[in-house]
Design a protein around this ligand. Sequence first.
Ligand code: F6R
Length: 251
Amino acid sequence: MAGGELIAEAVAALLRGKPDALLGVATGSTPLPVYQALAAQVRAGSVDASRARICQLDEYVGLPAGHPESYRSVVLREVVEPLGLGADSFMGPDGTAEDVPAACAAYDSALREAGGVDLQLLGIGTDGHIGFNEPCSSLASRTRIKTLTRQTREDNARFFERPEEVPHHVITQGIGTILEARHLVLLATGAGKADAVARAVEGPLTALVPASALQLHPHATVVVDEAAAAQLALADYFRATYAAKPHWQGL
Ligand code: F6R
């Protein structure tokens, strides 16, 4: 089964047991197959997502409200609408706020008041970031403003007409915030992610590779295709573990 379908099935299983689960979603290219597979399940009637709640992982600072590449717009377009949900099922940090620290604190509070994230879907940057926690982010960080690395701005330039339009600043859930989600699911595809995946999964735990913080989480799942797995020293062991995984365990 492809990674997107595998994760969509895990989300569907979560929603069958907890119809109003809070799903944390990432943007970028990697998770799109998850959202498409989940929407297909909803259309086919194999899961009811009508009470699901969606929350954003990160947001650009300073893009005008309604900009098509603001992550609010992307999540509404790629996740909320295809699942047949309304904007009231959705929450995210306010990237247009005058008072950015207050907006960040408000978002952390809102996540807590919503009961916490049940399943947080993550991508990984070529530099090892999760959310937009760039290298050397505090492993205890809360939602806050971050400056994107040159690498990340280059990686994301494909979404904008001109590279200089990529904002320098973002609001991102902190690593400490992300680690509070009950289940973390990181999806990585393609050879460009192989180095970051190997460093995140096989350590060492270091702020230099923010995704290595998943090693601290009691329930973190990393889903990779063969290309993204190419630099894992323990790939054979991971394959055997997955093949022998008890069914009751889920993802
Ligand atoms: C975006 C996010 C980022 C991306 C990462 C990979 O919300 O949190 O960490 O997941 O930059 O992006 P793609 O999937 O486009 O390679």
